[in-house]
Design a binder for this molecule. Structure first.
Ligand code: MTE
Length: 324
């Protein structure tokens, strides 16, 4: 994802990223020894990324969890190493190759504050929350607005379970999700081009739809940092940018939240952002998608194929408001 208007004085966030270890490895790979060992080393890099940080995650013992058979796929699962080494996480840089930079993010202690228009505002410690929630695995397709897609097994719990715990007030219409803010470890957050922190929003009807999922794990393990640990959204009927990663605050409100991408380029990124091949993005036809890891291109489906779950939430399927 990138934005249309980049001005001359702006430095690409990737240029600010302290990826010395990464670059040293690349330099080695480019040398003579690299010619021999490069394939093996790259495989190791990808394997390490898939396995995440060397520090044991305190939630590791909770996974794997039982798969919910209600959520089925029409394609193979994406290889774990592909899904966890090709990421969008602008806090750590603008390239897809941020998995190593993301390891700098401390994910314990980690709290999620739920506040605003609720009867029971609370701050949850992630590990206490994980123990309290009905964890399950769901295989979901994920469709980025950049026209690539993947299919992954998320672990976590329905967002509706969290909504129920805090008892929304009658006037609450939207949920506003806010990602961590820590420019010391996330160099992208020093880029003044972006209105940090990362914000996204849902209507309360969307948040309580069966499909709306809080992902805390992937491939039967805790989420790695580059995938949004320890708490992210998985909203498979929407373009991927709606699925905010590294969330620390959820605020119930009566005002439609303004997402980071919408704030940056409102003509290209809207609030609803439901997948629909009939409404092209100015830079990406949404007709088809590149399936990560396979090289295949497949046709894109309205609501990313999840219309049976969510189409009733949107009164007019010809209204672009719902589809960008
Ligand atoms: N969340 C945060 N905090 N920062 C981001 O840059 N990128 C979004 C979304 N959530 C993003 C984010 C986009 S554009 C996509 S496609 C998905 O995360 C990518 O998730 P993945 O890296 O696990 O595939």
């Amino acid at each position: 994802m990138w934005i249309a208007k980049k001005r001359g004085w702006e430095i690409a966030a990737s240029a600010l990223t302290p990826e010395s270890v990464f670059r040293n490895r690349r330099r080695f790979l480019a040398g003579a020894a690299g010619a021999i060992f490069a394939p093996a080393l790259l495989a190791c890099e990808k394997k390490a990324a898939a396995e995440g940080d060397a520090t044991p995650d305190p939630s590791a013992g909770l996974y794997p969890v039982q798969r919910n058979p209600k959520y089925t796929l029409d394609r193979d699962l994406t290889a774990e190493a592909d899904a966890t080494t090709y990421n969008n996480y602008y806090e750590f840089g603008t390239s897809k190759n941020i998995w190593e930079a993301a390891q700098a993010l401390p994910i314990r202690p980690w709290t999620i504050t739920v506040d605003g228009m609720v009867a029971k505002p609370q701050t949850f410690d992630i590990d206490a929350l994980l123990r309290a929630m009905p964890l399950e695995e769901r295989t979901y397709r994920h469709r980025c607005v950049e026209a690539w897609s993947m299919a992954v097994p998320w672990s976590g719990f329905p967002l509706s379970a969290l909504v129920k715990m805090v008892e929304p007030q009658a006037g609450a219409k939207f949920l506003r999700f806010e990602t961590f803010m820590n420019a010391d470890v996330a160099p992208g957050q020093s880029d003044p081009l972006y209105p940090w922190p990362y914000i996204e929003g849902l209507t309360i009807e969307e948040a309580t739809n069966d499909l709306a999922f809080v992902a805390t794990g992937i491939y039967g393990k805790p989420l790695p940092k580059q995938s949004g640990a320890p708490f992210r959204l998985a909203l498979p009927w929407k373009y991927g940018f709606k699925s905010a990663k590294g969330i620390q605050r959820i605020t119930f409100t009566d005002e439609q939240p303004m997402g980071l991408w919408q704030a940056l380029q409102g003509s290209e990124y809207g609030f609803y952002a439901n997948v629909n091949p009939a409404f092209p993005h100015p830079r990406w036809s949404q007709d088809s998608e590149r399936v990560l890891g396979s090289g295949d291109r497949v046709p894109t489906q309205i609501f990313n194929g999840y219309g049976d779950f969510v189409a009733s939430l949107y009164p007019d399927l010809n209204d672009r408001t719902y589809f960008y």
